[in-house]
Design a protein around this ligand. Structure first.
Ligand code: UD1
Ligand code: UDP
Length: 373
C-alpha cells in the first residue's frame, strides 16, 4: 500500500514546537507508512521564532516555506490560503494536519477543505468562550472544517459536543467526523526534551543559580496592543521582581513596537528583558523558576508539566482544568489582581494529576490517521 502522504502546517512558534512530536513519532515508528511533508507558512520568521527550533529539536527543515510574513489578519490569512492551495494542488496530500489556533491553522483548514482534502486538527475542541480573541475564531473555524479532531483533554471533547460535533468510530468523514481524546503533544515534547536538558545554568548571560526568579511571558493583543496596558503590566512585573523574586521576561517580537516602554527597564535589577529563547532554554527556565506569570496558552501548560504555579494574565483559559485544580489563577491584566495572584500562588500547594495523557499523543495521532487508510 502507498504511504499516507501527510502535510503538516506550521507557521507560528508554538506550532513549530508542537510539530516536533509528530516529526519524531513518524521518524521512529511510522516511516514506512506515513510520508510527512512540512509546510511552513512563514507567519513567524525571525531566527529566534522559527529556525532556532529546527536546529535544536533535531527536526528536518520545512520542505516548503510559503514566506507569507506579517500583515493584517485578512492579508495574512488570504496570502496563506492562496499559497496553501497551490501547494496542496501540487502535492496532492491524503490529509492536512493543522495545529492549534493561529491564522496559519485556519488558512490551511479552509484551503484543504475546499479541495476535499481531509483536515486533521491537533488541539481540537479548545475554547476560551471569549469571541473577541482571534484564536477563538480560528479554533471554531478549524474544528468545524475538520474530519479528524484530536482533543488534548476531555473538556475539549465536551466543548465540541456542545457545538454539535460528536465523534464517530467508523471511517471519519465530513458529515461524521472522528473525535478522539489523544492527550497533548506538548506533554510528549516536554517529557522528551526535559531529558535532554544538560547541566547548563545560564540563559542569555543570566546565571539561573545566582538568585530565585519568576518567569513571565506576554504577547496577547489584549495585553500588548494598548501601550498603557502593556506598560502597566511591565510596571507590575517589576514590582513583583522587587518584592518577591527577579522576573525574567523573554520578549515576544509583537511588543518590540513599544520600544520606549521596554527601554525603561533595561537597567532594572528586578526585571530582565531578554530575547525570545529556544525551547530547551525555555524548559530550563520553566523547570527552575519559582512561578510563572503568562498569557501564553502553551506556557500555562508547561508550568504545570514542570510543577510550577501559574498566574494567567487573561480572563479566561482554554485549559480550564488548570484553574479548576488550583494550578493556575486567572488575573486578567489588572495590576492588583496580578500582584495578589503571585503572592497567593507562590505559597500554593498544588497537585498534578495526569490531565494531558501519557506522553505518547503523537504516536496515537499517527495510528488514528492510519487506522482508516
Ligand atoms: C500569533 C498567533 C497567536 C499565537 C502567537 C504565538 C494569530 C492570529 N496569532 O500571534 O495565536 O499565540 O502567534 O507566538 O495567528 N513579528 C516579528 N517577527 C516574527 C513574527 C512576528 O517581528 O518572526 C511581529 C510583527 O510585527 C507582527 C507581530 O509580531 O506583525 C505579530 O505577529 P503575528 O504572527 O501576526 O501574531 P502573534 O502576536 O505573533
Ligand atoms: N517559547 C519558547 N521561547 C520563548 C517563549 C516561548 O520556546 O521565548 C515556547 C514555549 O515554551 C511554548 C511555546 O513557545 O512551548 C508557546 O508559544 P507562545 O507563547 O508564543 O504561543 P501560545 O502558546 O500562546 O499560542
Amino acid at each position: 500500500m502507498d504511504r499516507f502522504h501527510l502535510i503538516q502546517i506550521v507557521g507560528a512558534r508554538p506550532q513549530i514546537i508542537k510539530s516536533a512530536a509528530i516529526d519524531r513519532a513518524v521518524k521512529k515508528q511510522f516511516q514506512d507508512k506515513i510520508r510527512l511533508t512540512t509546510v511552513h507558512t512563514g507567519q513567524h520568521y525571525d531566527h529566534g521564532m522559527s529556525e532556532v527550533f529546527y536546529k535544536e529539536m533535531s527536526m528536518c527543515a520545512p520542505d516548503i516555506n510559503l514566506k507569507v510574513g506579517s500583515g493584517s489578519h485578512a492579508q495574512q490569512t488570504a496570502a496563506m490560503m492562496t499559497n496553501c492551495e497551490s501547494s496542496f494542488k501540487e502535492l496532492e496530500p491524503d490529509g492536512v494536519l493543522i495545529y492549534g489556533d493561529t491564522n496559519s491553522t485556519l488558512a490551511a483548514a479552509i484551503a484543504a477543505y475546499k479541495l476535499g482534502i481531509p483536515v486533521m486538527h491537533v488541539e481540537a475542541g479548545l475554547r476560551s468562550h471569549n469571541l473577541k480573541m482571534p484564536e477563538e475564531c480560528n479554533r471554531i473555524g478549524a474544528d468545524h472544517l475538520s474530519t479528524y479532531l484530536f482533543c488534548p483533554t476531555p473538556a475539549a471533547i465536551d466543548c465540541l459536543a456542545q457545538e454539535g460535533v460528536h465523534g464517530h468510530d467508523e471511517s471519519p468523514s465530513l458529515e461524521r467526523p472522528g473525535v478522539y481524546m489523544t492527550g497533548d503533544v506538548m506533554y510528549d515534547n516536554s517529557l522528551f526534551y526535559a531529558e535532554q536538558e544538560s547541566e547548563e545554568h545560564e540563559v542569555q548571560g543570566i546565571d539561573l543559580r545566582a538568585q530565585e526568579f519568576i518567569l513571565a511571558t506576554c504577547h496577547r493583543p489584549v495585553n500588548t496592543d494598548d501601550p498603557s496596558i502593556f506598560s502597566g503590566i511591565l510596571r507590575t512585573l517589576e514590582e513583583i521582581g522587587r518584592s518577591h523574586h527577579m522576573v525574567i521576561l523573554p520578549v515576544h517580537p509583537r511588543v518590540s513596537r513599544h520600544r520606549s516602554v521596554l527601554e525603561k527597564y533595561i537597567e532594572s535589577p528586578h526585571i530582565k528583558l531578554i530575547e525570545p529563547v529556544s525551547f530547551l532554554e525555555m524548559i530550563r527556565l520553566e523547570s527552575r523558576c519559582k512561578a510563572v506569570v503568562t498569557d501564553s496558552g502553551g506556557v500555562q501548560k508547561e508550568s504545570f508539566f514542570f510543577k510550577k504555579p501559574c498566574v494567567v494574565m487573561r480572563e479566561q483559559t482554554e485549559w480550564t482544568e488548570l484553574v479548576d485544580n488550583g494550578n493556575a489563577v486567572l488575573c486578567g491584566n489588572d495590576p492588583e489582581r496580578i500582584t495578589a495572584g503571585v503572592s497567593r500562588m507562590l505559597n500554593a500547594e498544588c497537585t498534578y494529576p495526569p490531565f494531558y495523557g501519557s506522553g505518547n499523543s503523537a504516536e496515537e495521532i499517527c495510528e488514528l490517521i492510519l487506522r482508516h487508510h
